[in-house]
Design a protein around this ligand. Structure first.
Ligand SMILES: Cc1cc2nc3c(=O)[nH]c(=O)nc-3n(C[C@H](O)[C@H](O)[C@H](O)COP(=O)(O)OP(=O)(O)OC[C@H]3O[C@@H](n4cnc5c(N)ncnc54)[C@H](O)[C@@H]3O)c2cc1C
Ligand SMILES: *[C@@H]1O[C@H](CO)[C@@H](O)[C@H](O)[C@H]1NC(C)=O
Ligand SMILES: *[C@@H]1O[C@H](CO)[C@@H](O)[C@H](O)[C@H]1NC(C)=O
Ligand SMILES: *[C@@H]1O[C@H](CO)[C@@H](O)[C@H](O)[C@H]1NC(C)=O
Ligand SMILES: *[C@@H]1O[C@H](CO)[C@@H](O)[C@H](O)[C@H]1NC(C)=O
Length: 490
């Protein structure tokens, strides 16, 4: 799939893209937050119903939502993939309100949860746990925990908040009104406009060392966070790192009953023909339209095709061949266990001494990334979620747990393996109407970034279909660096 750039350049032929005259059918591959958001914004932004005709959406799985999915273990349902949203994830918030879904805030005990940093032999740091329901007690316990953190990590802890706030504020530019916000034809332009591009050119570690963070803070607390959120070390890009840190603060939320309902609701309201359990195997450019063939032996034709899934582990055959930079996905193995941890594994005497969230540092011997209590059914009966880079064997689980009534494993092709400086695939995979939402995932992979990228792609599609492109576009020069490669509309 990764052929030299020359091949994609040869695609910039003089074929005229199907133009404004009639309405276009759109095919969307993937029903996660990205695909469902593209459908939603195409419907919301198309002024007349004639611009977009039918929307066909395909998913190889029997349910919508993609990496937003729930698991049911011992009769209770939990998020298996994307679980938390930030209070400033405004598209997700709007979807939740528009679709009459309920926001599930952090429960009071979530804020007072205990954290331990495990190095494989001992806890390097542990917060005090408060089992008390008294607000006054909890207040003092959290105060005491802050003091303990400051004693270990020093004043750099305060810088963490400001680094995250600056990045989150830059991201808010993507919610500015459409009148003042350009349509972006490349991920680079989109990031540069918000002042976020530089953070993708170096690692989080380099960024934080530059900001004079204490080495212990980087090796311990910050590593714990990047490992939990992206399964990777502080060598991820500064931007992915800032997004991880933002996802470790307070006031995080989720959709009650499952985040996947955002995708379900958007699909339901966007007049989409949904084809579940139908995997697209090939996308062929036939001049004025694309032909999509599926594993069911069906063929579909659409003027516009949107790829709303990472292409890295897929085998979709594109004709002509497309060229995107090589990218690997980080696999995260999520293991759900109903049972009880074994305190002896952690060198402790009682289960109650094990922190509710056990994070880990980078160490080759560590078989897992984190373990957290999802629910305490009773003192002897809990549901836990573990993340690891490799699958966890039964033998290992039998050491970590003293009781294991039910175990469930999911292997996620979870998010990109981040490598600064990041190289981005194009939003436009050819010079016609083949688009790639998940090119943006090299910036950061979250539900909200999926929606933000999807909104831009929907605007790009509508603008190019209506023949307005490239007026009011941004940074066209960088997107077509070779002067011979102009959009035919020019
Ligand atoms: C364990 C884990 C934890 C995470 N935690 C968070 C979190 O707390 N907060 C957060 O915001 N984000 C989190 N993320 C990231 C988040 O899940 C993703 O960024 C986001 O859901 C991606 O959505 P998407 O629509 O772009 O892709 P996906 O959700 O992957 O959707 C792509 C869809 O395309 C389908 N598909 C693929 N190939 C084909 C084909 N050939 N034909 C038809 N269909 C196809 C797939 O079945 C899939 O349903 C987490 C991810 C994981 C794995
Ligand atoms: C969310 O909805 C409100 C009210 O409809 C609207 O004013 C706001 O612009 C929306 N935000 C985004 C990010 O679309
Ligand atoms: C980004 O980095 C380049 C070079 O490292 C620098 O010239 C530029 O000022 C930086 N831009 C921002 C917005 O920080
Ligand atoms: C789809 O949307 C309609 C309202 O437009 C609603 O009545 C119905 O319950 C929704 N169906 C699902 C499955 O969400
Ligand atoms: C797609 O299916 C059509 C109809 O069956 C067939 O003619 C065409 O060759 C197929 N394309 C590819 C790339 O397999």
């Amino acid at each position: 799939m990764f052929t030299p750039l020359l091949i994609i350049l040869s695609l910039f032929s003089l074929t005229i893209p199907s133009s404004s005259s009639s309405s276009a059918d759109v095919c969307i591959i993937g029903s996660g937050i990205s695909g469902s958001s593209v459908a939603h914004f195409l419907r919301q932004y198309s002024l007349t119903t004639t611009t977009i005709a039918g929307i066909h959406m395909f998913d190889r799985h029997p349910v919508v939502g993609g990496r937003m999915a729930t698991v049911t273990i011992a009769g209770e349902t939990f998020e298996a993939g994307a679980s938390i949203l930030h209070p400033k994830n405004y598209h997700a918030l709007n979807f939740t309100h528009m679709l009459d879904l309920k926001v599930k805030g952090p429960s009071p005990d979530d804020n007072a949860f205990s954290l331990g940093i495990w190095d494989g032999k001992q806890f390097l740091f542990k917060t005090i746990d408060s089992k008390s329901k008294s607000q006054v007690v909890q207040y003092f316990v959290s105060l005491a925990n802050s003091v303990r953190m400051f004693l270990r990590y020093g004043i750099s802890l305060l810088k963490m908040t400001s680094f995250v706030e600056v990045t989150v504020d830059s991201f808010l530019k993507y919610y500015e009104s459409k009148e003042s916000r350009p349509i972006f034809s490349t991920v680079e332009d989109m990031l540069k406009w918000a002042g976020l591009y530089n953070l993708t050119t170096h690692t989080l570690e380099d960024e934080l060392v530059g900001l004079k963070y204490s080495p212990l803070l980087i090796q311990e607390l910050i590593t714990v966070i990047t490992r939990i959120n992206y399964g990777q070390s502080v060598r991820i890009s500064g931007l992915a790192g800032a997004v991880s840190l933002a996802g470790s603060g307070g006031d995080l939320w989720a959709v009650e009953g499952g985040n996947w309902q955002m995708a379900a609701g958007l699909v339901n309201r966007s007049d989409v023909t949904l084809h579940l359990q139908e995997e697209i195997e090939s996308v062929t450019n036939l001049g004025d339209f694309y032909e999509l063939n599926s594993t069911k032996g069906n063929s579909y034709t659409c003027q516009v095709t949107v790829v709303a899934t990472p292409l890295d582990e897929l085998n979709i055959q594109f004709t002509p061949v497309i060229s995107i930079p090589k990218r690997e996905l980080q696999h995260t193995h999520a293991t759900f266990v109903r049972g009880l941890l074994n305190p002896a594994y952690f060198g402790l005497n009682a289960v109650s001494d094990i922190p509710e969230l056990v994070g880990t540092i980078e160490s080759p011997e560590l078989p897992f990334t984190c373990i957290s209590v999802l629910k305490e059914h009773s003192a002897e009966d809990m549901t836990y979620k573990m993340f690891s880079r490799q699958s966890l064997t039964d033998a290992l689980l039998d050491q970590i747990f003293s009781i294991r009534k039910e175990t469930l494993r999911i292997d996620w092709g979870a998010y990109p393996h981040y490598h600064a400086p990041e190289k981005f695939a194009p939003f436009m995979l050819d010079d016609m109407h083949l688009y790639y939402v998940n090119a943006f995932e090299n910036a950061a992979s979250t539900m909200e970034t999926g929606a933000v990228a999807a909104e831009n792609i929907a605007r790009l599609i509508l603008s190019r279909l209506s023949g307005q492109w490239p007026q009011n576009s941004y940074g066209l020069k960088t997107s077509t660096s070779n002067s011979n490669l102009q959009h035919p509309e020019l």
